[in-house]
Write a protein that binds this ligand. Structure first.
Ligand code: ADP
Ligand code: ZN
Length: 216
């Protein structure tokens, strides 16, 4: 089974990809993780990728496609794939299709996790941390007892630049453009399955697995 998980930041894609890969015995591949590991290891690839990641831009297709195709050519990829964060462009999707077709394989299903916009913004902007002790709060799942004040030490809570509404909205806009383009690409192939991303992580896992029931 070869799967792609699609969804905007904040839908819980990374969490679900790991759970599904373990439960279904698939190789989990996150291109974001691969780039971060390469950057931490200081490889040539990592250094190149880091420039784009720091700028909030996509790593160029020629770098990304080469890295991904090399990874899925490894023996452990034969057990099946759970792709997370790839493809992000149409050329990436086409290169993936072509490489799989060469070995007589294909993508079986593209699971598109969807969460209403307002809920996504609330999830992504809800994180606050203590400027004194570093404790982390979330307005939805772990609110502080008093607004703006750390339960642990009484320090002032502040929001990282990444989590502020203007930054979050810009990030959603950029991601929406490629996510929708890919949804259309796989929709035309009849492989796209929309999954409701609201509710508990267990609910979402159950819906995802329900959508896999009739995959060969
Ligand atoms: P996010 O932090 O937005 O959840 P990821 O962890 O998946 O994203 O990826 C982190 C960064 O790695 C991206 O912002 C991008 O620069 C780069 N990256 C990951 N996957 C791809 C891809 N398929 N194509 C181009 N760039 C990618
Ligand atoms: Zn504190």
């Amino acid at each position: 089974m070869r799967l792609i998980l699609l969804g905007l930041p904040g839908v819980g894609k990374g969490t679900q990809a790991k759970i599904l890969a373990t439960r279904q015995g698939l190789l989990h591949i996150s291109t974001g993780d691969m780039f971060r590991e390469a950057a931490a290891a200081g490889t040539e690839l990592g250094k190149r990728a880091q420039e784009f990641m720091s700028a909030g831009a996509l790593v160029p297709d020629e770098v990304t496609i080469g890295m991904l195709l090399e990874r899925i050519a490894q023996p452990d990829a034969a057990k099946g794939l759970m792709l997370d964060g790839f493809p992000r462009t149409i050329p990436q999707a086409e290169a993936l299709d072509a490489a799989l077709a060469k070995q007589g394989d294909q993508i079986d299903r593209v699971l598109y996790i969807q969460v209403p916009e307002a809920e996504l913004v609330a999830r992504l902007t809800g994180r606050w941390s203590c400027s004194n002790c570093g404790a982390i709060y979330h307005m939805q799942s772990k609110p502080p007892k008093a607004a703006g004040v750390c339960d642990e030490c009484g320090g002032a809570l502040s929001q990282r630049a990444d989590d502020q509404p203007a930054t979050v909205n810009a990030r959603l806009d950029t991601n929406r453009a490629w996510t929708e383009a890919l949804a259309e690409f796989y929709g035309k192939q009849g492989k796209l399955e929309a999954i409701d991303g609201t509710g508990s992580p267990d609910d979402i896992t159950a819906r995802l697995e329900g959508a896999l029931a009739n995959v060969s």
